[in-house]
Design a protein around this ligand. Structure first.
Ligand SMILES: Cc1cc2nc3c(=O)[nH]c(=O)nc-3n(C[C@H](O)[C@H](O)[C@H](O)COP(=O)(O)OP(=O)(O)OC[C@H]3O[C@@H](n4cnc5c(N)ncnc54)[C@H](O)[C@@H]3O)c2cc1C
Length: 434
């Protein structure tokens, strides 16, 4: 099975991110201390940090840098998980390990923006804050709890009441929000390409159009083969997330890949820009059928969603997302909404909505399942994967290792996963008791 193809034409990010000469395809026999599979945020950050630590690194990408989720996402830099908060992490991993993982997450947005600044990456990075508004009173109580918990582990966060949410964002109908000042947004393909350039400058060798077809034992290490070459390495980092193919079948069955769609509006007038996210925040709210919006450097708004059935998705989503925008930002009811770009990508979900660190075999490590929160977290986890490959003990890593748990009836579940949206929409329409 090859890396899944997108359904859509090129994204806004492909039209606006700086481009660089292509990296070559792997040809012939090579060796390295560490080989990384996949050029998304995790793989690129791992390659960069391992090369900076003086190791020889080869990165193999099936298509091009940022081909996966990294180049297709909404670009929101978010220092939290979708569901679990620090208390959940402590319950799951124990106090010390849970707090350590929570601190990694809380610091992941600042880590990503620092990396962008340190390497001069051109990704239209805006660290203007990310916020999660609550769309019902019960969820406002949860927003307060989330704010308190992320503050406790060192997050630079604030709590806003409904009026403050409207003043700061122009978004109406929200009851409260918690705000992470260290968050923001980027052109994600720009970030991926910039990380690729930084890794290459640090000495890593990157290869595109080089899908890894097999991984087999070779002496104390591993041999990875691609259509025209092979690499022998002591340590392997697998950073393929939702774009994992059947290279490691059990591992592939431990996450569910779900297709999500992104739409970018046409360039907004100065009047609309002054009324919609005027302070440049990125916003993802509490709906299970998530409402999320972010402005871009060239004055657009990028939003998106999922569909139970993808037929005629561009027209259907253009219609429903225009209605959504008119509800949340009333100025759109006056001006109308036009979308110029439509694209799609796969998000990797785990059944507990937590990312997992797995050892696939001795010397082969991976983190999967960022559950739609990988811009900051996969970048931070890439550094952690590099540390593991450099010899840090599992107990010294910020995310505890867990055994691979393949999902029963995986193929069937992946096919019907979008039906969950119906349940989310029903739940979204009711308040929750807290
Ligand atoms: C539509 C959408 C919107 C999203 N919005 C956000 C957001 O706003 N904020 C946020 O934090 N997260 C968001 N995400 C999630 C985020 O994009 C992912 O969590 C992140 O990209 C994961 O990074 P990664 O490096 O692990 O994997 P990816 O970026 O998916 O990269 C995996 C790479 O592995 C390569 N590969 C696969 N198999 C092989 C092989 N055999 N050999 C070589 N290479 C291989 C693929 O080609 C791919 O390039 C979104 C995702 C999507 C799809």
């Amino acid at each position: 099975m090859s890396v899944p193809a997108p359904l859509s034409p090129p994204s806004l990010w492909a039209a606006t991110a700086p481009s660089f000469p292509a990296f070559p395809a792997l040809d012939g026999q090579h060796s390295a201390d560490i080989v990384v599979i996949g050029a998304g945020f995790a793989g690129l950050s791992a390659a960069l940090h391992a090369a900076e630590a003086g190791r020889s690194v080869i990165l193999l990408e099936a298509v091009t840098v940022g081909h996966g989720g990294a180049g297709r996402n909404n670009g929101q830099v978010i220092p939290s998980l979708t569901r679990a908060d620090p208390a959940d992490l402590r319950k799951r991993y124990g106090t010390e390990r849970g707090n350590r993982f929570a601190r990694l997450i809380a610091g992941s947005a600042a880590f990503t923006f620092d990396l962008i600044r340190r390497h001069g990456i051109q990704a239209d990075a805006q660290q203007n804050g990310w916020l999660q508004p609550a769309h019902s009173p019960g969820r406002a109580t949860i927003a307060r709890r989330r704010f308190e918990q992320w503050a406790e582990v060192g997050g630079d966060v604030a709590y806003l009441d409904g009026q403050q949410v409207e003043q700061q964002t122009g978004a109406t109908g929200y009851h409260a929000a918690w705000l992470a000042h260290s968050g923001g947004h980027v052109n994600p393909l720009g970030l991926a390409r910039g990380l690729g350039q930084a890794a290459a400058r640090a000495g890593a060798k990157l290869f595109e159009q080089s899908p890894v077809r097999s991984v087999s034992r070779d002496g104390d290490g591993w041999r990875l083969t691609t259509p025209r070459g092979s690499v022998q390495a002591g340590q392997v980092i697998v950073a393929t997330d939702a774009y994992s193919d059947s290279l490691f079948p059990t591992f592939r069955r431990s996450t569910v890949a779900v297709r999500f769609f992104q739409l970018a509006t046409s360039v907004l007038s100065p009047e609309v820009r002054a009324a919609v996210l005027p302070n440049g925040h990125a916003l993802s709210d509490t709906h299970g059928d998530l409402y999320f919006f972010r402005p871009t450097a060239d004055g657009r708004l990028v939003t998106g969603g999922a569909l139970v059935l993808p037929h005629n998705w561009q027209a259907r989503l253009s219609h429903s997302l225009a209605q959504r925008l008119q509800t949340v930002f009333p100025i759109f009811a006056k001006t109308g909404v036009q979308f110029d770009y439509h694209w799609d990508g796969l998000i990797g979900f785990t059944t507990d909505f937590l990312p997992h660190l797995h050892q696939l075999a001795p010397g082969i490590l991976s983190v999967v399942g960022y559950n739609g929160r990988g811009v900051a977290l996969a970048t931070a986890c890439g550094k952690m994967l590099a540390e593991a490959a450099l010899g840090h003990a599992p107990e010294d890593l910020d995310l505890p290792q867990s055994p691979i748990a393949p999902i029963p009836f995986h193929g069937a579940i992946e096919k019907v996963a979008t039906l969950e949206l119906l349940r989310y929409r029903l739940r979204d329409s009711r308040d929750i008791k807290v």
